[in-house]
Design a protein around this ligand. Structure first.
Ligand code: HEM
Length: 480
């Protein structure tokens, strides 16, 4: 179990855990933190209260607002969704990476029709057909680790990034389209690497072309990604093949209200978004899940037992995932402690108020998911890893907007069901015959950028579990 400590008088919301590099909210926000770990700049009050602010970058700038109250967040994301857009600073930073016309960034009617057209591709019943792909990619990874013997320090973040990238290529593109996956993956890393700088420069009002560290690498990577996406679309149109994959569904997608279909350029920007948003976040969720269960062998053994009970010796299939209730709870708890998207931003179209608080149309409003999930008013022992808090009856008793790894309201993550099916299937497949333990002396750390990557990766020890352990006998490890 992770534990917290109030002995130092500091926030009880940070890990004070021997395996984690602790950090506290900074006394004063700094621009160095904006690039290295922007979470340090989030107000300490966001871990205790529901509304807090940070001063703007200039004396005349309005404050940045942090919401960590479920009712206020619901008002922002649901009831008043039409009166807000994505915050300008964040939209500008994202637009260096993806087309502003894509589903992720579009606003108003441009967004609405794309969402309607893409929605059927992401319906739970359509997604169940992808479970064999998730299981096959995970089985290939497990086989590689099983046959390698005892492994002392495998970076599970790197490995899961490759596995979820393979998953997303198969599920989104379908029939293998010839493209260099390694080059695409490397370009994604370079493209996202510049995000924090882009956000910082946007906050200062610097022009889009102002170079920052990694700027030219980022530009070249984005050009590569866009041209590859366009090439893939052209190849698929020429081949004219359908099949059960997200691209085929998008190619035939039609706005049910207007009959409009996506142009090649809209398809290309959405394809890039789905690949990028789809694999990066799931890899992070899996990596932190594995790290958390490596630290808690009792939970890991319980997971293994559930998989044995539900799936026996066969590969996990579409009918199994809903029965892997505890596995899903573990994933949910990992997404609480390490939300791959640590925050969302919004900006009011006009001066307004949320609850009793006045909000300037110049302020960025953060739904501060990282601190919402650790807010001590909302969670008992917020930093403890306890998957049982997601037991169905406990989860039902909670305000829906206390827990938002996928956001909420009309712009809730369209890939939420995809991600939950994928992560659950992969985690279940990996634990059934492999045991994960921590590497002595290694301390995990976060490197928040667009997503909450682990800094320098997450090395774990991996060994094969014997038949007796996989069939449910306790492994006898106690939590570190
Ligand atoms: C653990 C995995 C994932 C997490 C934590 C996650 C998180 C999020 C969050 C928080 C948002 C809301 C952004 C906002 O309101 O500003 C979002 C939106 C989005 N996500 Fe995900 N996501 C995940 C997986 C996926 C997958 C698998 C896909 C696609 C295959 C995807 C595609 C998208 C898209 C296209 C949007 C924009 C939706 C819209 O604005 O209508 N995500 N995601």
């Amino acid at each position: 179990m992770l534990c917290d400590s109030t002995a130092s008088g500091k926030a009880a919301t940070m890990f004070h855990d021997p395996d984690f590099t602790p950090f506290e909210p900074a006394e004063r926000p700094s621009y160095a933190n904006s690039v290295s770990n922007y979470l340090k700049n989030w107000p300490a009050a966001s871990y205790r209260e529901g509304f807090s602010t940070l001063p703007g970058v200039w004396k005349s700038s309005p404050p940045t607002v942090f919401l960590t109250d479920p009712a206020l967040i619901q008002e922002l994301l649901v009831e008043r969704a039409d009166q807000f857009t994505r915050a300008r600073i964040s939209a500008r930073a994202f637009s260096a990476l993806m087309d502003p016309a894509s589903l992720f960034l579009a606003e108003g009617t441009d967004w609405r029709w794309q969402r309607r057209a893409a929605a059927p591709a992401f319906r739970h019943e359509n997604l169940l057909a992808f479970v064999p792909i998730f299981a096959a990619c995970a089985t290939a990874r497990a086989l590689e680790w099983r046959t390698a013997g005892a492994l002392d320090a495998v970076d599970v973040h790197k490995a899961m990034t490759r596995t979820t990238f393979d998953v997303i290529c198969e599920a989104v593109l379908g029939d293998p389209v010839a493209f260099d996956r390694d080059a695409f993956l490397a370009a994604l890393t370079d493209a996202f690497g510049g995000f924090s700088w882009q956000a910082l420069f946007a906050a200062f009002g610097l022009p889009r072309w102002a170079p920052h560290p990694g700027y030219y690498r980022m530009r070249a990577a984005v050009m590569h990604l866009n041209s590859e996406a366009a090439r893939i679309i052209a190849a698929r149109r020429a081949a004219g093949s359908g099949g059960r994959n997200v691209l085929a569904l998008l190619l035939s997608a039609r706005d049910p209200e207007t009959g409009r279909v996506m142009t090649d350029s809209e398809l290309a920007s959405n394809l890039f978004t789905f690949i990028a948003a789809g694999h990066e976040t799931a890899a992070i969720a899996l990596a932190w899940s594995l790290w958390l269960i490596a630290k808690d062998q009792t939970t890991q053994e319980r997971l293994r037992q559930e998989v044995a009970d539900v799936a026996g010796a066969h590969e996990i299939g579409p009918d199994d995932v809903d029965k892997l209730v505890f596995t899903q709870q573990v994933v949910q708890e990992a997404l609480r402690l390490f939300p791959p998207a640590p925050g969302l931003t919004r900006q009011a179209k006009e001066d307004t108020q949320i609850g009793p608080y006045p909000i300037s149309k110049k302020s960025s409003v953060f739904v501060a998911i990282w601190s919402l999930h650790r807010n001590e008013r909302l969670w008992e022992e917020p930093t403890a890893f306890d998957p049982d808090r997601f037991a169905p009856e406990k989860a039902k008793a909670r305000h829906r907007f206390v827990y938002l790894p996928f956001g909420g309201g009309p712009r809730v993550c369209i890939g939420m069901s995809f991600a939950m099916l994928e992560i659950t299937t992969i985690l279940a497949t990996l634990v059934r015959e492999l045991r994960f333990t921590t590497v002595p002396g290694f301390r995990a750390d976060v490197a928040p950028n667009v997503t909450l990557r682990p800094k320098g990766g997450l090395p774990l020890k991996i060994e094969r579990v014997g038949r007796s352990a996989s069939s449910g006998r306790a492994a006898g490890h106690s939590p570190t």
